[in-house]
Design a protein around this ligand. Structure first.
Ligand SMILES: [Zn+2]
Length: 150
């Protein structure tokens, strides 16, 4: 992990990054995609301060002419949704190998579909932190979701 980038995070999020990375790493081993293996972790925090981690792996199905792509971060967010805690999401960590056609500047990027999904779903996008980590180089990027859509 690139600890310099992580210092941008509020302390209460920083405290969970190691656990988030462990969860994303464990989910990533189940990813089903030929060129990209992604694991994600979603951190929720309730009004009373209780936290929970949800994990997701990416999956690509090609049943016919149209592939179905399920990004790891969306899978993790939908797991939170299924627990009734989607609105409590405060951080999303994405662990992935690079894809030259999608990523640039040596940094893993969230895809447009996920940005749309979270933009529609998040009631408070300015409080959600996005952490992306390149699984090969450990290059880390930290940003607020609201900066991603600005
Ligand atoms: Zn995506």
């Amino acid at each position: 992990m690139d600890n310099t980038a992580l210092q941008q995070l509020p302390e209460q999020i920083q405290a969970h990054v190691a656990d988030m990375l462990a969860v994303a790493t464990s989910a990533r081993q189940f990813a089903q995609h030929a060129s990209r293996q992604v694991g994600a972790a979603v951190l929720t925090q309730s009004e009373t301060g209780g936290t929970h981690l949800y994990k997701g792996a990416n999956w690509k199905l090609i049943p016919g002419e149209t592939p179905h792509r399920y990004c790891a971060e969306r899978v993790a967010a939908l797991a939170a949704l299924s627990d009734g805690t989607f609105e409590d999401i405060v951080a999303v960590l994405v662990l992935s190998n690079m894809r030259p056609d999608r990523d640039y500047d040596g940094l893993v990027k969230m895809c447009d579909e996920c940005v749309d999904f979270f933009q529609t779903g998040f009631k408070h996008p300015h409080i959600v932190w996005i952490i992306t980590i390149d699984a090969d180089t450990q290059q880390t990027r930290v940003m607020k979701f609201s900066d991603l859509i600005a």
